[in-house]
Ligand binder design. Structure first.
Ligand code: UDP
Length: 239
């Protein structure tokens, strides 16, 4: 965006790890806090869509390593994301933020199906739209879905909120105290150095369509609002 102007429409990717606070299940205090921050930015006039992960319940790759058929495991992973969507919706409504959940696997009692034009309409009416069940397809990740949804519903940026890391580093900052954070990166470098941001499918989709990605720390209070306002926090990945 132009200096200080802020984005008009953003896609925020929240990992399942964030929802669980590092444990299995949903940490209501954390989700409540995220809901409060989201209400603030949506009521401030920014259109926000969210893709939630499900790693706090199941990760397909882990279950399949433990002996489960990969496709079953991936569907379990997708269903886990829907539980996070419902938790986020519940807490958003408690703070007066209207929301709609749309899922890539149909489950009419629980959520609307994914209908991109309807999602845009909700955003225009000031509703938070939460996308669940990933792409509805095994072998994909919620990061890739976040990139795809950002493109399809016309978001200006993909905001990737990380659980306790400030941005993209050249090494794991939790194990290497000399690790350096990048402020700017291009997509090709992320892919070539296999930097831990998102999977390669998600990065290459953004690269092919020039979708900028901002990677920032969710646990720093006020960071969602800063990222939405276009402040230079974390790491910016672009052309
Ligand atoms: N998943 C999938 N297809 C999708 C999105 C997700 O099969 O389009 C499954 C996959 O098994 C993944 C799990 O859902 O491990 C949870 O999503 P993810 O790991 O992306 O969540 P996060 O790491 O963000 O918590």
């Amino acid at each position: 965006p132009a200096d200080g102007a802020g984005y008009k429409r953003v896609l925020l990717k929240l990992s399942g790890e964030a929802f669980g606070g590092g444990k299995v299940g949903v940490d209501s205090g954390i989700v409540q806090d995220i809901a409060t921050q989201l209400a603030e930015v949506v009521h401030g006039g920014t259109q926000v869509a969210v893709v939630v992960g499900g790693g706090n319940f199941f990760r397909g790759a882990e279950l399949s390593q433990a002996g489960m058929d990969r496709r079953h495991a991936d569907y379990m992973g997708m269903l886990g994301t829907v539980m996070n969507c419902l938790a986020l919706q519940a807490f958003c409504e408690q703070v007066g933020l209207e929301t709609r959940v749309q899922t890539a696997i149909e489950m009419g009692q629980v959520a609307e199906p994914y209908i991109p034009r309807k999602a845009v309409r909700h955003l225009q009416k000031g509703r938070l739209v939460i996308f669940g069940a990933g792409a509805g397809m095994p072998y994909f990740s919620t990061d890739t879905v976040a990139a795809q949804r950002a493109l399809e519903i016309g978001c200006q940026v993909l905001l990737m909120a990380k659980n306790g890391v400030d941005g993209v580093y050249d090494d794991d900052p939790r194990t290497n105290s000399d690790a350096m954070m990048y402020e700017d990166l291009d997509y090709a470098t992320v892919l070539a150095k296999q930097l831990k941001v998102a999977d390669a499918t998600a990065i290459s989709l953004c690269m092919d369509n020039s979708m900028p990605i901002v990677v920032f720390n969710l646990l720093e209070p006020g960071n969602i609002a800063r990222a939405v306002a276009g402040e230079r926090i974390g790491t910016l990945i672009s052309d």
